[in-house]
Design a protein around this ligand. Structure first.
Ligand code: B12
Ligand code: SF4
Length: 395
């Protein structure tokens, strides 16, 4: 059987894990597999086409891909799956796909992804666990994956031969007991790793903080989503630091534009900067939105959201606020959101005030001196820049 895997032409930082698993599954059955991005000329007739999807706001390239291949191969079944298809199945059905798959695909879940389809990609992507026991209203994981499922105590079988880095997509690894096995294995293998969804700061304890301190993990990511969890956040940071992890390696996502208001957000950013960790503001998007950056919550105004975006660009680095001296002091001096995030001096003068310029300069200098700290905050090289049409078809 000839199988065509299609990743629609949207921006993505990672190759499609779902398609790599589906590709591996078919190859195990002896099928020929071709992976393409977007709409490409195909020189054979596929017997089945799988189209994946990611963020709901990136639905248009998904529809374009489905329509294109349906037109090219009207007799071939086109299956659509992935995140958009799961969160907005009714909308996705209107794309013209023959079937829309919702949620994870158990048949391929534990298959080692076929990274030979993306030879330029060198890290293994994995979920050691699925699901999450919490039910945060701003997150679709409970709907996508349900209650936590401890899938793997050992991740060795999910690491592709030759890969030296593991990128975990786990939603809440510390909520599932097998974190212990996974962490110990990462230490034993001396494997560089990243848990890119962040870990639950409320679940940091002496044991896991000590293991994190021994791991080859450039950044520990966590979230300070609302002010009510302040004591847990402070404690988690202290524990991580006690285990030798520097504040500049601890990144906190700070949700805003949800039920919070600007003052609450300001307070959380100030807390984090004064505790010496990096802040990554994360703007809330409704779970089923079809357009990014459209939603403005009742407690925010478009202007306030613009101020946050602008401050990230001018004062931040790669969209994050590192705890550099000038910025920490600016936030400590500020009495409210407006003062903290304003790039203008009081009194209506539009020039950026001297101290802010100095901060920006100091930051620039730091970033060129302390290269070791910063490089991974730069936008990673887009792995798609290498032309991607790889296949097992041998034609
Ligand atoms: C990794 C990840 C990221 C990565 C980037 C992912 C990427 N590929 O570029 C990073 C960390 C950068 C990120 C950022 C953000 N993310 Co994110 N992220 C995820 C995560 C954990 C996985 C997404 C992924 O790549 N999955 C790969 C999938 C497709 O593989 P898979 O799951 O193994 O696939 C299975 C099934 O889907 C199925 N399948 C897949 N394809 C197909 C096709 C067919 C035909 C079939 C039958 C089956 C099938 O089979 C597979 C095996 O079971 C999800 C949460 C989650 N648990 O899913 C959130 C998620 C996608 N992110 C989300 C959000 C909100 C964001 C941010 C906006 C957060 C913010 N406020 O800044 C940013 C946006 C960044 C941007 N570019 O716009 C939301 C999206 C909601 C939405 N409306 O779309 C999610 C769902 C999490 C949540 N909290 O609700 N994210
Ligand atoms: S803890 Fe994280 S993964 Fe779990 S529901 Fe809340 S935001 Fe989603």
């Amino acid at each position: 059987m000839n199988v065509l895997l299609v990743e629609p032409d949207y921006y993505t930082r990672y190759p499609s894990l779902g398609l790599l698993k589906i590709g591996a599954f078919h190859k195990q059955k002896g099928d020929d597999v071709l992976l393409v991005r977007g709409r490409k000329p195909i020189e054979f007739t596929p017997d089945r086409i799988y189209v994946t999807s990611l963020f709901t706001w990136d639905w248009k390239p998904v529809w374009e891909a489905v329509r294109h291949y349906k037109k090219e191969f009207p007799r071939t079944e086109v299956r659509l799956g992935g995140i958009y298809a799961s969160l907005l199945a009714d909308h996705a059905k209107q794309s013209g796909a023959d079937t829309v798959w919702e949620g994870i695909l158990p048949l391929v879940e534990d298959v080692l992804p076929d990274y030979s389809l993306v030879p330029e990609w060198k890290s293994s992507l994995l979920f050691a666990t699925r699901g999450c026991p919490r039910k945060c209203g701003f997150c679709s994981v409970p709907k996508l994956e349900g209650a936590p499922v401890p899938s793997h105590d050992s991740i060795a079988s999910l690491m592709y031969p030759g890969h030296t880095k593991a990128v975990f997509f786990d939603n809440n690894i510390l909520a599932v007991p097998n974190w212990r096995g996974v962490f110990n294995e990462l230490i034993e293998l001396q494997m560089k790793c990243d848990f890119n969804q962040g870990m639950d700061a409320r679940l940091v304890n002496e044991e896991n903080a000590a293991l994190l301190g021994k791991m080859d993990i450039p950044f520990i990511r966590m979230a300070y989503d609302y002010i009510g969890i302040r004591p847990w956040i402070e404690k988690a940071i202290a524990r991580l630091k006690d285990n030798g992890i520097k504040g500049r390696r601890i990144v906190f996502y700070a949700l805003h534009n949800y039920v919070d208001g600007p003052e609450d957000f300001f307070q959380r950013v100030r807390d984090l900067l004064s505790w010496g960790v990096v802040v990554y503001p994360m703007r809330y998007e409704p779970l089923c939105t079809l357009q990014k950056h459209r939603y403005v919550s009742p407690k925010w105004t478009p202007e306030e959201l613009r101020m946050v975006a602008e401050a990230r660009r001018v004062l931040g680095y790669g969209g994050a606020f590192p705890p550099y001296k000038g910025l920490v002091e600016k936030f400590q001096r500020a009495n409210n959101f407006q003062e903290a995030f304003s790039l203008r001096p009081m009194g209506g003068n539009w020039r950026i005030p001297g101290p802010v310029v100095e901060m920006a300069l100091e930051h620039e200098q730091q970033s060129s001196i302390n290269k070791k700290y910063f490089p991974t905050w730069r936008r990673e090289k887009d792995w798609r820049k290498t032309p991607l049409v790889t296949s097992s078809l041998g034609r």
